[in-house]
Design a protein around this ligand. Structure first.
Ligand code: HEC
Length: 94
């Protein structure tokens, strides 16, 4: 499932070909502040957390529980897989 993230999200800075927020620099950024064709939704802006290991862990376990109606489809139910993906996201720096 983790391999599906790049279907919707760019993981390099200059990739503008994806519809959803670019994930470069996501750790430390405020939710719903990155321009993209599909996002951010009003509820994501309202959620407004700073993305960290903790907030990403909560969000990725069940995105629509935190952000009602979100089009974010990348659910990671397995805690180990979440930890691995979050560790990867932390390497995507500007
Ligand atoms: C079907 C497309 C799709 C897939 C697949 C997908 N996402 Fe998303 N993601 C979105 C959309 C759309 C948003 C914006 C949601 C909103 O604003 O409500 C989003 C938002 C996010 C955000 C918040 C970004 C921000 O700056 O606020 C993170 C983090 C994220 N996704 C991580 C992931 C990860 C990790 C995966 C793989 C496990 C993944 N996504 C798979 C569509 C997708």
């Amino acid at each position: 499932m983790a391999s599906s993230c790049p279907t919707c999200h760019a993981v390099t800075k200059d990739d503008n070909s994806k519809l959803c927020p670019n994930l470069v620099g996501v750790v430390g950024r405020k939710a719903g502040t990155t321009k993209s064709l599909l996002g951010p939704s009003e509820n994501m802006k309202k959620y407004g957390v700073i993305w960290s290991t903790e907030t990403l862990n909560e969000f990725l376990a069940n995105p629509s529980a935190k952000v009602p109606g979100t089009a974010m489809a990348g659910i990671l139910e397995d805690p180990q897989q979440r930890a691995d993906v979050i560790a990867y996201l932390a390497t995507l720096t500007n």
